[in-house]
Every structure is written in C-alpha cells, then in structure tokens.
Design a protein around this ligand. Structure first.
Ligand code: NAG
Length: 215
C-alpha cells in the first residue's frame, strides 16, 4: 500500500516537471494591460470589450537590428512586452541579425525552449547538456535549416558564412527571459566575490578582475 502511494507521488512529481511551461489560457485571450497596478503571474488582462486588432499586432520584424557592437549580433524580441496580445499564450519570437563572424554569446532562456530557423547565411550553433556530461551538441545550419535549443540549456550561435546572417526564433513562453552567461557571472551588480570566481574558474584573481572590468 505504502509503495503504491510512493509510486503515485513520484508520478505526480514527474508530471509536474514534464508540464513546466507557461500556464494555459482560461479564456480566448488576455491582452496585457501594462498600466495595471495589480501584480500577477504574467500581466493583468485588459477589459476584453476594449481590446483592438492592434493589440495582436507587432510591426517591424523586417527591420535589421544594428550589429555594430562587441559581439556583432542584435536580437529584436517580440515578447508580451512588445506584443500585448501574447499574454497567457505561452509563445513569443525573435529576429537575430549577425554581422560577418558575429556571435550571439552563450546564454539561456530560463522559461523557454527555442526553435530557430536560418533565413539567410550560415550559422554554427550549439547547446551544452547539464552536469555531469556537459556534452556539446553542435551543428552548422544553412538557409532553411531548423534547430531546437531545449529549455534552460546554455546555447550560442556564430555567423560562419560570407556576409550577414539572419535567423528567426520561436520561443515557448510569452516572456522567455535571457541569462547571458558572461554578463551574469562577470557583470553582476554588485560583483560576485573574486575569490568565488577564481576558484570556480581555476584561474588567478587578476584574470577574474580583468574579465570583470569588461562587463
Ligand atoms: C539593436 O538594434 C537596434 C535597432 O537598430 C538598436 O536600437 C539597438 O541599440 C541595438 N542593440 C545592440 C545591443 O546593439
């Protein structure tokens, strides 16, 4: 009897992990009302009677982002912040532009799986599985190829074609979030104690200070 409860408990736990994603909508739509003073998990709904077609529209993903920066890439996000109609729908998208040899540095989306397709150019992409394997899954993508980065895993892209590259990504959250590894580890505010990072990365404190000074 006891063991049956135990198995049931394990099954429940497994199911709740497997179903971890944005909650399902409880109505046709819940257009975000960014001006509401109420805080909920997500964004409060605008009165459905006041909802307009514009609430479901974002214009401008045909526009190239400016890639003149240290990494040579630019992400244009279309999340609930840019498109209020996405609220409660568990989905968003992004345009990623790459200068020649530009990279989208290693990062993770804490709340979303990402499926990416190359519209123009050639991209080296990859993600790393969790501990203890830390296996790198990597691929070179050509125009029209689609690659998936599983939720939470650290991933990156690099333009390895001749010329600019363009990719479009779909993400399984209205608000996927981004944790750029270098910024979070070396550019936190305030800094993480140098001794913590020196031991974690097995380098001299001076190396850590040098990297911290860049973020
Ligand atoms: C990305 O491009 C937009 C539009 O050109 C620009 O406003 C923004 O500063 C760029 N971001 C980065 C990180 O270069």
């Amino acid at each position: 009897m006891m063991s049956r409860f135990l198995i049931f408990g394990i099954l429940l736990t497994t199911c709740s992990i497997a179903l971890a994603s944005d909650p399902s909508p409880l109505q046709d739509f819940c257009v975000a009302d960014p001006n509401s003073p109420v805080f909920v998990n997500g964004v409060v709904c605008k009165d459905a009677k006041l909802v307009k077609a514009d609430d479901f529209l974002f214009r401008g993903l045909h526009l190239m982002g400016n890639t003149h920066n240290d990494v040579g890439s630019n992400v244009t996000s279309v999340t609930v912040a840019e498109l209020p109609g996405l609220n409660t729908l568990g989905i968003s998208m992004a345009r990623i532009d790459f200068a020649p040899w530009g990279i989208n540095p290693p990062h993770t989306h804490p709340r979303a799986t990402e499926v990416l397709t190359v519209i123009e150019g050639r991209l080296l992409v990859g993600f790393v599985t969790s501990n203890p394997e830390n296996r790198l899954i990597t691929q070179v993508l050509e125009k029209g190829d689609v690659f998936v980065f599983p939720q939470g895993l650290i991933h990156f892209q690099k333009n390895v074609g001749n010329g600019n590259a363009l990719a479009i990504a779909g993400l399984s959250s209205q608000n996927p979030g981004v944790i750029t590894i270098a910024n979070a580890v070396f550019g936190s505010n305030p800094d993480i104690d140098v001794d913590v990072l020196a031991k974690a990365f097995q380098v001299d404190i001076k190396v850590i200070q040098q990297i911290q000074s860049k973020f």
